[in-house]
Design a protein around this ligand. Structure first.
Ligand code: PMP
Length: 283
């Protein structure tokens, strides 16, 4: 891993207990993955990181420095593992301060963790509707990808071992998102997903899926979605960076089929990645 520009073994790495990320969850993060050992959608991840950091007034390190660390980390990992893709967690915290929450002008810390990617290719998972509701977006902007995640932790505590994701509703009862994923449903051959105004994270995989679907002339609706629409849907899937499109088999006790639109989108996602790789001209 890399801490503030220094390469170090995970077990040796240490960060002050006065770090505000540790004390208060005062920091932002991104999860990035590779395809053919190239970091996917890096610009979009940086854009989102910049948005999160700006909102929290955390100063980001130079993005070209982060980029070069990401490429070097991938190279270092490639020397250790051959076949697997790489998972990269990029964290920037406000740095260290005293125990008070009072905002001080600390010097931010950044950490990059590199791991073999494990969660690819999940199929037919089970999801649960959480009792935890999202905070109104006017109150806490859900597009801030912050490391402090008490709502998501409470939601995941409700899950049993065989349940993959807890789906949260918005404060006013609309279908919103999972703790780590966005949600899509298919109903009468239309692809429906909660709109950003519902109060969700603008998922990068979500963006790609919407783009792909429109290209394939699948009708896409981004809007407020009722919970009953999820229960009645023909197909349901989740999206997130590390696992792409994850078909859902059970919405609580209701069985769903892994239908043709989900399968088309999964195949098209592969195609999209192949095209991206050939444009990138990976060597
Ligand atoms: N919603 C939430 C709350 C998340 O934490 C994530 C994971 N970053 C997502 C959606 C999916 O976003 P992405 O496709 O960018 O991984």
């Amino acid at each position: 891993m890399n801490v503030n520009g220094q390469w170090i073994e995970t077990k040796q790495a240490n960060i002050s207990i006065l770090n505000r990320g540790f004390l208060f969850g005062d920091g932002v993060y991104e999860t990035i993955r590779t395809y053919a050992k190239k970091p996917f959608a890096l610009e979009k991840h940086f854009e989102r990181l910049k948005y999160s950091a700006e909102k929290l007034k955390i100063e980001l390190p130079d993005l070209s420095l982060l980029t070069s660390i990401i490429y070097e980390g991938i190279e270092r990992m490639t020397a250790l593992i051959e076949d697997e893709e790489i998972y990269i967690r990029l964290i920037v915290t406000r740095g260290t301060s005293e125990f008070s929450l009072r905002i001080v002008s600390a010097s931010p810390d950044f950490i990059l963790i590199f791991r073999p990617l494990k969660s690819s290719g999940k199929e037919g998972v089970k999801i649960k509707i959480s009792r935890i509701r999202k905070i109104p977006p006017e109150s806490i902007d859900p597009r801030i990808k912050a490391i402090g995640q008490v709502d998501k932790i409470l939601a995941r505590l409700e899950l049993s071992e065989d349940e993959y994701e807890a789906i949260m509703l918005s404060y006013n009862g609309y279908l919103a998102e999972g703790t780590m994923s966005n949600i899509f449903i298919v109903s009468n051959d239309r692809l429906i997903t909660p709109s950003l105004e519902t109060g969700i994270l603008s998922g990068i995989t979500r963006d790609v899926v919407i783009e792909i679907a429109r290209k394939k002339s699948i009708e896409v609706e981004e809007r407020f979605v009722e919970l009953s629409e999820l229960f009645n849907a023909d197909e349901v899937f989740l999206t997130h960076t590390s696992a792409e499109i994850v078909p859902v088999r059970y919405v609580e006790k209701i069985e769903k089929k892994i239908g043709s639109i989900t399968s088309i989108l999964k195949a098209e996602f592969r195609e999209y990645i192949n095209e991206w790789l050939s444009n990138k001209n990976p060597g």
